[in-house]
Design a protein. Structure first.
Lengths: 57, 972
């Protein structure tokens, strides 16, 4: 329940900060592939969390 | 760009044939099961999300609005990343309650067929543009490669093949929850193919055309407008709405729901999808800019920018690249349309056809169901084709896609309410969905309104699309909240809502216990709807799954069977139909906690432990502690509900009664086997709260139990707790002690009497002896002789009294040695046979010669002489007396059986009391058996009498003695 609450809080914060986060992510200049690199980092983070979850089980 | 038509058709058919082959091999079990069931494969099948709209349409959006095209990828990636809070809970509900579609889920959550029907219809309307896009993409792409072909004909051919595939691999079994592994494998392969196709084109553009990073960078430096066009900021509100729409679509679109939940075999695949799918979508999205820029640079950008990926091969003079892109587009379109049509067909079957159409008589139910679904598949594909023919010409892929995805957003409030708000009601949901969908329909038909109403509306649905979408969702949400607050749901709806909410218990619904009955009662209930054969098959299947016996079932088992049946039928007919068929004829009133079956609740909690955290986990630990305390209580305890049905039965009570908790939970007390039925039921119904030492005969042995009861008070109406205390040991000890005390007091009395009588008797005997010397008168001498004889008799009695009094006082000095029981009994027989009458009787000594006890040999001899004398006295002249022995562990069981008249039952319990005798006056002192009893108990043995020994002839007595066995060392 605690982990779900944290995720919900995370989702709410993401929804509130979405415009700023999107601007920061996609339109803050830099090389064209930068958004994709950030996305890849996020995927790796989620994969790590999933691995950790599997060990927990 | 012109490819030969046969060449194109050959490529498309070969590809689709390969797909058929993969699905066929899977269904035939020719692919390794480990591969077919691998979570990664299932996670990849979710790549069906990347449809033709993503494959082709994304280029159109990117060319027009830059990075806005990422909205569809980011929204879906977010949905998969948040799987633990969105997808996993939905999977939990759909698996537990056998739900196969979003309409099933909402119909179950809101306990309403109407909700299911409206959801199915709304999904159908939302899906038609999306499915039409797939047909349009395939026909347009082939048309681009060969302008001589007719688009409608290509679409018709494509639809026919897809319908065939969907029927062959998506509607193989009647049950919706049965896994179609062939379909899943084919879709996963399609995901890989479309990704590989796009990556191949992108790699060629990047390395082949731009010659790597530097080439691309220098082109971008030379054409800054291209990068600016890509990175131009868009309306912030539009972004959010777009992401939210795709986020919702990734969960609620029929094909996504079908693959993520209905065809899913494990939670593991969804956990894997949390990173596999975002990575998959990232790769797909990453391919777009290089391809688009390569098209720009090579001058391949046409007005139809959606098909830039197809044109690139032609522009760069690389026909193979075009064919790779064509295969990619074909796989993207065919995967989605196949799964979506299968999913929609089952949804329409459950929520539109089954409530309206009855099964025709003389038709096998499963066959009818299967053919119904196949017919619906054909009908749906035909409808998509018609939609494409009618509207496909006038709208672009991008426009049609936006329409569909915005419609799926209307299901977000209902989905969130299902997972997080048990207060949402059926009417609230219906109001919200109708309102939201109404706005959506108004928006898409806005141009039509302008024409019909002849008024100038200052907004256009193309420019302000996100405003319309936002407005429709907000209205949906507000109407749902207001509707739910104004019209709260019924109790059954509330139960379903609680079952769906995150972290809720998944207990069976409708917990009121039915009456006891038989499985055939349920068959009779099902038979009018699904036919007698199918009803028998379903009931038997559920009965076997629960390991229930044939014949009469207890109420609790009837409830379990009913729930299992509803569970199974839900996978066949959907939750609404299943619940309607199994609706009890007389609905029991719901009564909150009172009517709840506590043990069912506990069973659910037992399976739920791992998911509890925080306060809930602490409370659960407390519950477990109390439960273990009650379970391990060294006193029998059971609780009853207001109907006197057993709710709890602890292990000590199970030990007393030999009835385990599994077999008695839910029973009334009177249904327990005797003697517990009357004992407990009468006590539970009586006024007394305590009943001390009630004697009960169990297997012929007396046992004593003290009973206590207390009401459970307000918490459970008239429920009560019963405590059963085993007092048998205490009763035996106290009775033994009383007997010992009586023997001891008699012993003391006997010793005193012997002492007081012994002296005068000795004096009388001496005087009588002297009398012989003082007279020669024969009469006097005879009188003296008689006096001596009588005094000798008195002396014998006194001696036996003294012997009796002395037993039990010499424990410490008692001689103990190895005694051969065979020899000891043989000696006793010899001594007993000195009597002439006894000589005619037959003594059979069957005691084994190697059986030894650790005892005082003289006392043992006395025991056997006494017992054999008694047996001899009771036996007829030619009677047989048998002595047998056997050993059990460290004990010897020795029996002496005669063929005498036996002992009256009322005398048996007095036999070991001193001075009690059944012999004629003067023949017995009544001290023999008490003496034997004392000697045996001093040797740590026991003695019991059974009469009649021969129950057929109703005669004889058997004395059974247990003695410690000598094992080579003296027992301490």
């Amino acid at each position: 329940m605690v982990s779900h609450r944290l995720l919900l809080l995370f989702a709410l914060l993401t929804a509130l900060l979405a415009p700023y986060l999107l601007d920061l992510w996609l339109f803050s200049g830099g090389p064209w592939y930068r958004p994709f690199l950030i996305w890849l980092g996020l995927c790796m983070l989620v994969a790590l969390i999933e691995q950790w979850h599997r060990h927990e089980l | 760009m012109n490819f030969e038509l046969p060449q194109l058709l050959l490529i498309c058919f070969t590809y689709l044939l390969c797909l058929f082959g993969a699905a066929y091999l899977t269904e035939r079990g020719l692919l390794p099961p480990k591969l077919v069931r691998h979570p990664l494969l299932h996670a990849l099948s979710l790549g069906v999300y990347a449809s033709a709209w993503t494959f082709y349409g994304a280029f159109g959006v990117a060319a027009e609005s830059g990075l806005l095209y990422l909205g569809s990828y980011i929204g879906a990636a977010a949905a998969f990343m948040l799987a633990p809070v969105i997808l996993i809970p939905i999977l939990r509900i759909t698996r537990t309650y056998q739900l196969s579609s979003l309409a099933d889920l909402f119909a179950f959550r809101f306990r309403s067929g109407g909700v299911g029907t409206l959801t199915a219809l709304a999904l159908l309307v939302a899906c038609l543009p999306l499915l039409s896009i797939q047909i349009q993409a395939v026909s347009d792409s082939i048309y681009l490669l060969n302008q001589q072909v007719d688009r409608a004909q290509i679409a018709a051919g494509f639809c026919t093949i897809i319908a065939l595939f969907a029927i062959l691999f998506g509607a193989r079994r009647a049950s919706l929850r049965n896994s179609h592994s062939g379909l899943v494998v084919a879709v996963a392969i399609e995901s890989i193919i479309k990704l590989l196709a796009l990556v191949t084109v992108a790699l060629f553009a990047y390395f082949g055309f731009f010659e790597g990073h530097e080439g691309l960078q220098s082109w971008l430096d030379a054409n800054p407008l291209a990068l600016q066009q890509m990175q131009k900021p868009t309306t912030p509100g539009g972004w959010q709405v777009l992401i939210l729409a795709f986020f919702t679509s990734a969960v609620v679109m029929p094909h996504m729901f079908h693959l993520a939940f209905t065809e899913n075999v494990s939670y593991e695949s969804l956990y894997k999808a949390t990173w596999v799918m975002p990575l998959f979508l990232l790769l797909m999205a990453l391919c777009v800019p290089p391809i688009l820029w390569a098209a720009h640079a090579s001058g391949g950008m046409t007005t139809n920018s959606e098909f830039v990926v197809l044109n690139l091969g032609h522009t760069l003079n690389q026909p193979w690249l075009t064919l790779v892109a064509l295969i990619g587009g074909l796989s993207a379109a065919s995967g989605l349309i196949i799964v979506a049509v299968v999913a929609l067909a089952s949804m329409l079957q459950n929520h539109l056809v089954l409530p309206l159409v009855r099964r025709p008589e003389q038709t096998r139910f499963y066959t009818w169901l299967l053919w119904l679904r196949r017919f619906l598949i054909i009908l749906l594909i035909f409808a998509c084709y018609l939609f494409f023919i009618t509207f496909g010409e006038s709208f672009s892929l991008q426009q049609l896609g936006s329409l569909g995805f915005a419609a799926f957003l209307q299901f977000l409030p209902g989905l969130l309410a299902t997972l997080y708000w048990p207060g949402a009601s059926r009417r609230g949901f219906l109001l919200g969905l109708t309102g939201g969908f109404g706005i959506w329909l108004f928006a898409i038909t806005l141009p039509l309104h302008r024409e019909i109403l002849q008024i100038d509306i200052p907004i256009s649905s193309d420019q302000h699309w996100y405003l319309f979408v936002l407005l429709s969702v907000l209205l949906n949400l507000v109407l749902m909240v207001i509707g739910s607050l104004l019209f709260p749901g019924s109790s059954s709806e509330r139960q379903s809502a609680e079952a769906c909410v995150l972290n809720s218990l998944q207990r069976p619904l409708g917990l009121a216990l039915p009456a006891a009955g038989q499985a055939s009662d349920l068959v009779a209930q099902l038979e009018p709807r699904i036919g007698v054969d199918s009803a028998n098959r379903e009931v038997n299947r559920a009965r076997v799954e629960l390991n229930l016996p044939l014949g009469n079932l207890r109420p609790i088992d009837m409830l379990r069977l009913r729930n299992q049946l509803e569970h199974n039928l839900s996978g066949l007919l959907g939750p609404v139909e299943a619940a309607a068929i199994l609706q009890p004829r007389s609905a029991a009133p719901s009564a909150g906690f009172r009517a709840r079956e506590v043990h069912l609740l506990e069973q659910q909690l037992e399976h739920y432990d791992a998911r509890l955290s925080g306060l809930a986990a602490e409370l659960d630990q407390l519950r477990r502690y109390h439960r273990v305390t009650l379970q391990r209580l060294p006193i029998g305890a059971c609780t009853l509900n207001e109907e006197r049905r057993i709710q709890f039965w602890n292990s000590e009570l199970a030990r007393y009664t030999g009835i385990d908790d599994e077999s008695c939970i839910g029973l009334r007390l009177i249904s327990l086997p005797p003697p517990w039925d009357r004992l407990l039921d009468e006590f539970a119904s009586g006024d007394a709260h305590h009943e001390p030492a009630v004697q009960v005969d169990i297997n012929g042995f007396p046992r004593w139990f003290s009973l206590h009861k207390a009401s459970l008070g307000h918490a459970s109406a008239e429920g009560m707790v019963l405590l059963v205390e085993d007092e048998t040991e205490y009763q035996m000890i106290s009775r033994n002690l009383a007997h010992q005390e009586r023997l001891a007091s008699i012993g003391r009395f006997a010793a005193g009497v012997a002492h007081e009588i012994g002296n005068p008797v000795t004096g009388i005997a001496c005087l009588a002896q002297n009398l012989k010397l003082e007279t020669d008168t024969p009469e006097v001498l005879e009188t003296g002789e008689q006096i001596v004889e009588q005094t000798e008799r008195i002396s014998r009695i006194v001696q036996s009294l003294v012997r009796f009094a002395h037993t039990g006082r010499q424990q410490n000095s008692m001689l103990r040695e190895r005694v051969s029981l065979h020899e000891c009994i043989a000696d006793a027989i010899r001594l007993v046979q000195l009597d002439s009458r006894v000589r005619q009787q037959r003594f059979t000594n069957s005691v084994a010669t190697d059986l030894y006890s650790y005892a005082d040999p003289q006392q043992m001899l006395q025991v056997f002489i006494n017992l054999l004398n008694n047996a001899s006295d009771a036996s007829p002249d030619q009677g047989e007396i048998r002595i047998d022995a056997s050993s059990e562990g460290n004990r010897i069981l020795l029996s002496i059986t005669d063929e005498g008249s036996g002992i009256a039952p009322e005398h048996i319990e007095h036999l070991f009391e001193p001075f009690f005798t059944t012999k004629e006056p003067g023949k017995g002192t009544g001290l023999g058996l008490p003496l034997v009893y004392n000697i045996i108990t001093e040797h740590y043995g026991s003695i019991e009498l059974f009469s009649p020994a021969d129950k057929k002839q109703n005669n004889g007595t058997q004395v059974v003695i247990t003695l410690p066995r000598y094992n080579g060392s003296s027992p301490d």
